[in-house]
Design a protein around this ligand. Structure first.
Ligand code: SF4
Ligand code: SF4
Length: 390
């Protein structure tokens, strides 16, 4: 009974947050800690446009003492390329200002393999000593030349595979969890099954997501080159891929995520079905200590060297920016792993019901039997809608 009440309470909180978003303290911080990168990805302009800048760890440590950050549990560290930051441990030390920090998530491009291993090993040892878990995500966008072409670095695929093997052999030295990040773009969508097939002997978790326009990496107005929405054939292949993953996936949370991607593609880049907690809770701090809501479409709200996070967040300009951002969300599929919205839950449940029950209902010999089966199906679907992400 208690569990049921908890599920219903959480469900109501989510609905409330979705319909009447009210700013909460962040639980997740996204932190691109450097604009330096040794890759030349076709899906990114960081390596072309930005100054080469690392975050200032001393200023960061001070900034994170602000009570606004007191509930942060998880920090995503990316860049640029985190392994190029010489004082990574000082940055991690700055994170110890966060009283509730439980985990960090590091993303690497797998190029400078020895540096990555050295930095990751030190990070793991530092974090373990502070009770913080480490997830390492290695990016892999294709097999062989596909990956090298997207990354713009010949030989990157071989190095990345070597890194994956080295880390898998002694995983505990480097991280608690190892994930492979796979970004889908026009350059690899027609080979979408290759990475999965290639990696299947390793038994690694694969995080598949669409390449999206992103203000911070300078691709917000310059994304047609790689964006799957830019040509109908790529969009169609991607929509079919996500629908087939939705059909055959048994884990309900993953199934919902595939469905949200499928729906967005089917509707030509409109109709976001996953909630996004960057709308009213989580935030981003970039390498210049600018505070943003999300990294995708969010503008800088202010600089943490000059003002405290609490001051910035409570300002009128932040309220205006939050309102402006809401208008962008329907066209954005970033962070599609968040739980579905109410509309998303309904559409998802209807599609699952269609998939699971339509043939049984069709085969019913009488109207009475059809009604009985339909009510039972409806009952199961409602339960699923309420608790799928628990
Ligand atoms: S996507 Fe990542 S690895 Fe590639 S250029 Fe941008 S920051 Fe570097
Ligand atoms: S624009 Fe995208 S990432 Fe930003 S808050 Fe909206 S849904 Fe989230």
């Amino acid at each position: 009974m208690k569990k049921k009440l908890r599920i219903i309470k959480r469900f109501c909180q989510r609905i409330y947050g979705e319909w009447l978003p009210k700013r909460e303290k962040p639980r997740v911080l996204q932190m691109p800690i450097t604009s330096r990168c040794n890759s030349c990805c076709v899906t990114c302009n960081v390596w072309k446009h930005h100054d080469r800048k690392d975050i200032d760890a001393t200023l960061l440590k001070e900034a994170l003492k602000d009570p606004f950050f007191s509930e942060v549990q998880s920090v995503g560290i990316n860049g640029g390329e985190f392994s190029l930051v010489p004082n990574l441990i000082a940055v991690l030390d700055a994170l110890t200002s966060l009283p509730r920090l439980e985990s960090i998530y590091l993303i690497t491009n797998g190029i400078a393999t020895e540096k990555i291993k050295e930095h990751t090993k030190s990070a793991k040892s530092f974090c373990s000593a502070h009770g913080i878990s480490v997830t390492l995500c290695i990016s892999l966008d294709g097999v062989g030349y596909v990956h090298d072409t997207i990354r713009g670095i010949p030989g990157n695929f071989e190095k990345t595979m070597q890194l994956i093997q080295d880390i898998t052999k002694e995983k505990d030295k480097y991280c608690d969890n190892l994930v492979i990040g796979h970004t889908l773009s026009r350059f690899n969508i027609d080979k979408v099954h290759e990475v999965e097939d290639y990696l299947s002997p390793f038994g690694l978790a694969l995080d598949i997501h669409l390449a999206v326009p992103n203000k911070r990496i300078g691709t917000y107005t310059d994304h047609d080159r790689y964006n799957i929405l830019a040509d109908d054939k790529s969009r169609q292949i991607a929509a079919e891929y996500f629908y087939s993953r939705f059909l055959y996936e048994n884990n309900l949370t993953a199934k919902a995520r595939f469905f949200a991607n499928y729906y967005y593609l089917k509707n030509k880049g409109k109709g976001r079905l996953s909630n996004c907690l960057y709308r009213y809770r989580d935030v981003t701090i970039d390498e210049n200590l600018n505070l943003r809501l999300c990294a995708t479409a969010g503008k800088s709200l202010g600089n943490l060297e000059k003002e405290s996070a609490s001051t910035i967040i409570n300002s009128n300009s932040t309220k205006k920016e939050a309102k402006r951002l809401l208008k962008e969300c329907d066209n954005c599929i970033h962070y599609a792993y968040y739980p579905l919205t109410t509309k998303g839950r309904w559409l998802f449940a209807r599609e699952v019901a269609k998939q699971q029950y339509s043939m049984t209902i069709y085969k019913c010999s009488s109207g009475k039997q059809r009604l009985k089966v339909s009510i039972s199906a409806l009952n199961k679907v409602i339960k699923m809608v309420v608790k799928y992400d628990y």
